[in-house]
Design a protein around this ligand. Structure first.
Ligand code: CP
Length: 336
């Protein structure tokens, strides 16, 4: 796979994703501790992380390269991100200088942004994130933006392969789950794209007011049409879960009240029963798996017994972040 950036799994063909997974498996079996000797990865975080931060650092080390992390939590200058402002407040450095400077020290850069959650169209188009990418003269990796989380989806693809979840005829239910706060759309949208690309039958299970944006659904329908899968949407839990091979839970913001946190809170206040528990799996396949990208709130999004039970794939998903990302780094920065 020849990569110049890793931004959206849908920018690749399914065969290219499979090739990345095969490379990830090869690196897992046969370490290549010198593949990226002398290479440096910059990791720029505008929002918090546990898995993404550490799995990229560990992956770079295993390939013989180095990495450095920059985030606002560190003692860096306060950054301005808006265009056209007079910087006479707290911010002393603009991201339009900061990002090119970081890139000048590195062979590639990973960026994690945050969803502004003010304008749904802007977030669906990933407008702010794309503007950041334009500032980077080296290969870029999307470590989560307003609408994409491709390294999570790559790890989830690998995890489902390992669990022998069927592609054609495999049913993945992407279910909204209760959470006290409005969260970004990125994981829900990326999971839908990924499962559609795999040729699975994907059902988006969500309460009214939490529909995924139509452009996201349309993109998934197009990918499913090419791969032989299907995409549907419902708020009927019993019908959705019938025959499921995977329940992938994730909370996201109300799209009806996008950017209006008070209205969102009001809408979700009665939705606490949208917590995954064992009863959700009664009409699913016997070996139906539970997936979640983590971090997850126990007893809120999912019960402890499901999270720690035999169905749960969450730790495998997190472990596969590192192997999948190593394949991406190998293809972005490797010399052979
Ligand atoms: N799933 C995921 O991206 O985890 P972090 O937010 O901890 O990186």
């Amino acid at each position: 796979v020849s990569l110049s950036r890793f931004n959206d799994l849908a920018e690749l063909e399914p065969e290219q994703v499979d090739a990345l997974i095969q490379l990830a498996q090869r690196l897992e079996r046969s370490p290549e501790p010198h593949a990226l000797t002398g290479k440096v990865l910059a990791l720029f975080f505008l929002s918090p992380s546990l898995r993404t931060l550490t799995s990229f650092q560990a992956g770079m080390s295993r390939l013989g390269g180095g990495s450095f992390v920059v985030s606002p939590d560190q003692n860096i200058h306060r950054l301005e991100t808006r265009r056209g402002v007079v910087m006479d407040g707290d911010a002393v450095e603009h991201i339009r200088e900061a990002l090119p400077v970081l890139c000048s020290y590195a062979d590639a850069i990973g960026i994690r942004s945050f969803a502004p959650r003010k304008d749904l169209d802007a977030d669906v188009a990933d407008r702010d994130f794309q503007a950041l990418l334009e500032l980077c003269p080296v290969p870029t990796i999307n470590m989560e933006s307003a609408i994409l989380h491709p390294t999570q989806s790559l790890a989830d693809w690998k995890t489902m392969d390992e669990l022998t979840i069927p592609r054609k005829g495999g049913k993945l239910v992407l279910s909204w789950a209760y959470h006290p706060k409005p969260l970004p759309l990125a994981v829900g949208a990326s999971t839908l794209t990924m499962a559609a690309m795999r040729g699975m039958d994907v059902t988006v299970l969500r309460p009214e007011g939490f529909e995924l944006p139509e452009p996201v659904m349309a993109k998934a329908r197009g990918l499913a049409a090419r791969s032989g899968g299907s995409v549907s949407e419902t708020d009927d839990r019993r019908a959705a879960l019938e025959g499921a091979h995977v329940v992938y839970a994730k909370s996201w913001s109300s799209t009806r009240h996008y950017g209006d946190d008070e209205a969102d809170r009001e809408l979700r206040s009665s939705l606490e029963p949208w917590r995954v528990d064992e009863s959700w799996f009664e009409s699913a396949t016997f070996r139906c798996r539970f997936m979640h990208c983590l971090p997850v709130r126990r007893g809120v999004v999912v019960t402890e017994d499901v999270l720690e039970g035999g169905r749960s794939a969450v730790l495998a998903q997190a472990r596969n972040r590192m192997w999948g990302q190593m394949a991406v780094l190998h293809e972005l920065m490797g010399t052979d």
